[in-house]
Write a protein that binds this ligand. Structure first.
Ligand code: ADP
Ligand code: MG
Length: 476
C-alpha cells in the first residue's frame, strides 16, 4: 500500500468513526537500522533509515468543544481519552502513554491543541523492532504542531519524544528512533553520531538496490537485565582502557589491554569497537555504491552480535544463513539482525528486481528451520514524518520533496549534496510542505548555505538572507 492509499484508508476510517472528514492527516514512518547495533550507548554511530511503513493519524477538532484528545485505534486497542484541561500524566490504556508523554511535553512548551478527535491506523508491526513506538510519538508531536501552527525545532522534537518514551512509557530508549522518524529523507540513510547528535545524510539513490526487512515474528527481546549487564560491561571495558567511552578506543588499544580484561568483557568491547568502525565504513561503501562491501560489513556485524555480543537467537541466525545461502548471485549482498536482539527483525541489502524471489526463498528456508512464518517486505529509504493533509499551502503536482534539510549535517559530501538539493528543490519544498514548516526548512537551507551555525543567526537575519536570496535569484 502506498502512503497515499494508507492515508486515504485512514481518512475513510476517520469518517466512519466520527461522521465527518478529517481536517489533518499526519504519517510517521518506522525505521530499520542498517548497521551500528549496540553502539548508541557507547557514544558511537548508527545508520538507520525510515521505511515505507507508517503510523497515521487523521484528526479534527473535537465536536463537543471539550479539551480532550480522544483516539480510536483501528487495531482494536482500547481507545484513549486524554484530558488536556488538567496536567497530563501517565494513565490507561498503556499504549496511550507514548501519546500522553508527547502531549505533556508540548503543553510545557505552551503548545496546546484543545480537544481533538483522532483516528490512529498503522501498517507497522507493533512491538516488532521497527519502532512503532517512535512513530506514534513523532506522529503525535507533528499532528499537534500542525493543529496549532507552532513549529518545534526538529532536534528538540526528537528529544522530547524520547523523553516521553523514557518518562511516560518507562522505556530507556536511545535517540536513534525518534531522530530517524523525524529526519528521514527519501533515498537516504542517516548517519547519526550518538555522542554529538550530529547527523549526515548518506544518499542511496541507486534504485537497483533495496532493503528487505524480515520479521522473525519472535517477540522475545533483550530483557532489561541482559541489556543493563551489557551496558555495564562496556563501561568496565572503557574504564580499563582509560577512555570516556568505547567510542574513543580502537582495536589495537583493546588488544594491548587484553590481559587486563575478562574474556566476556573483552568480547563485548570487541563488538562495539568493531561495529562503530563497520558503521562508518558502510556509510562510505554506500556513498561509493559498493554494495558487496556494504553487504559483507552487514554479515560481519551479524557474526559479531551473535558471537561476541551474544544477542542473536536461532531464528535470526536462520534468516541470515538463508540470505547468505542465496548469495550475491541470487541478489543478496548482505544480511544481519537489527534491533536489540533475541527476536524482532533482520535486514538484508538486496537487488531490487530479485526481491520477490529472495523473499520467498528466505521464507521457505526459515519455515523449514524453525517451523515459523516470517513476514517479509521490501522498502527503499523513506521520508520522515509528513503532514499529508492540513498544511496551509496545497501540494503541487510532482514528486514529494525529500524530508527537509537538516542544518546540523556534517561533512563535505553532505554539504555539497545539500547545496545540490537546495538548487533543485527550494521552491518545490516551499509549495509542498506546510507553510510554516517550509519557511523553517527554507531558512535553514539559507543558513546552511551561508555555512553559519543556525544558532548564530537571528530569525529576522535568516528571513532577510532568504529574501535577499530569493530576490537575487528572481524567483519571488
Ligand atoms: P517497537 O517500537 O519496536 O514497535 P516497542 O515495544 O518499543 O516496539 O513499542 C510498541 C508499543 O508501542 C506497543 O506495545 C504500544 O504500546 C505502542 N504502540 C505503537 N504503535 C501503536 C499503535 N498504532 N497503536 C497502539 N499502540 C501502539
Ligand atoms: Mg520502540
Amino acid at each position: 500500500m502506498t502512503l497515499n492509499e494508507l492515508a486515504s484508508y485512514t481518512a475513510q476510517q476517520f469518517a466512519k468513526n466520527y461522521g465527518r472528514a478529517p481536517r489533518w492527516i499526519v504519517a510517521a514512518p518506522g525505521r530499520v537500522n542498517v548497521i551500528g547495533e549496540h553502539t548508541d550507548y557507547n557514544d558511537g554511530f548508527v545508520l538507520p533509515t525510515a521505511i515505507e511503513r507508517y503510523t497515521v493519524m487523521a484528526a479534527d477538532l473535537s465536536a463537543d468543544g471539550k479539551e480532550v484528545v480522544y483516539i480510536r485505534d483501528t487495531s482494536g486497542a482500547e481507545p484513549a481519552f486524554i484530558d488536556c484541561s488538567v496536567p497530563v500524566k501517565p494513565g490507561p490504556p498503556k499504549w496511550s502513554n507514548y501519546v500522553r508523554g508527547v502531549i505533556a511535553a508540548l503543553l510545557e512548551r505552551g503548545i496546546k491543541s484543545g480537544g481533538l478527535d483522532v483516528l490512529l491506523h498503522s501498517n507497522l508491526p507493533i512491538g516488532g523492532g521497527l519502532s512503532s513506538s517512535a512513530a506514534l510519538e513523532t506522529c503525535t508531536a507533528t499532528l499537534l504542531e500542525t493543529v496549532t501552527g507552532k513549529q518545534i525545532d526538529p532536534l528538540e522534537k526528537a528529544l522530547l519524544c524520547q523523553q516521553a518514551e523514557h518518562e511516560f512509557a518507562g522505556v530507556p530508549c536511545g535517540i536513534m528512533d525518534q531522530f530517524i522518524s523525524i529526519l528521514g529523507r527519501e533515498n537516504h540513510l542517516l548517519l547519526l553520531d550518538c555522542r554529538s547528535h550530529q547527523t549526515e545524510f548518506v544518499p542511496m539513490m541507486d534504485p537497483s538496490v533495496t532493503l528487505l526487512i524480515i520479521n522473525t515474528n519472535v517477540k522475545r527481546r533483550l530483557d532489561a537485565g541482559e541489556y543493563a549487564k551489557r551496558r555495564r560491561q562496556c563501561e568496565i571495558a572503557a574504564k580499563i582502557l582509560g577512555v570516556p567511552s568505547l567510542r574513543d578506543a580502537n582495536a589495537e588499544q583493546l588488544e594491548d589491554a587484553k590481559s587486563k580484561i575478562s574474556g566476556v568483557t573483552f568480547r563485548r568491547a570487541r563488538h562495539v569497537i568493531g561495529e562503530i568502525e563497520r558503521t562508518l565504513l558502510a556509510a562510505e561503501g554506500i556513498r561509493a555504491l559498493n554494495w558487496p562491501t556494504v553487504g559483507n560489513l552487514m554479515y560481519a556485524s551479524h557474526a559479531s552480535l551473535r558471537d561476541d555480543y551474544e544477542v542473536s537467537c536461532t531464528e535470526l541466525d536462520a534468516v541470515v544463513e538463508a540470505a547468505e545461502a542465496i548469495g550475491v548471485k541470487g541478489g543478496v549482498y548482505g544480511c544481519r539482525m537489527t534491533g536489540g536482539g533475541f527476536g524482532g527483525c533482520a535486514v538484508a541489502l538486496i537487488k531490487t528486481d530479485q526481491a520477490e524471489t529472495i523473499a520467498k526463498s528466505i521464507a521457505a528456508a526459515y519455515k523449514t528451520k524453525t517451523g515459523l512464518d516470517a513476514t517479509i517486505f521490501a522498502s527503499r529509504p523513506a521520508a520522515g514524518v509528513t503532514v499529508i493533509k492540513g498544511s496551509r499551502l496545497i501540494a503541487q503536482a510532482g514528486s514529494h520533496p525529500p524530508g527537509g534539510f537538516n542544518p546540523r549535517m556534517i561533512g563535505r559530501n553532505s554539504l555539497a549534496f545539500a547545496g545540490d538539493f537546495f538548487q533543485r528543490n527550494r521552491f518545490r519544498a516551499l509549495a509542498t510542505r506546510g507553510h510554516h514548516h517550509a519557511e523553517h526548512v527554507f531558512l535553514n537551507q539559507i543558513t546552511a548555505r551561508a555555512a553559519k551555525p543556525r544558532g548564530q543567526q537571528t530569525v529576522r537575519g535568516r528571513r532577510r538572507a532568504a529574501a535577499l536570496y530569493v530576490a537575487e535569484d528572481g524567483h519571488t
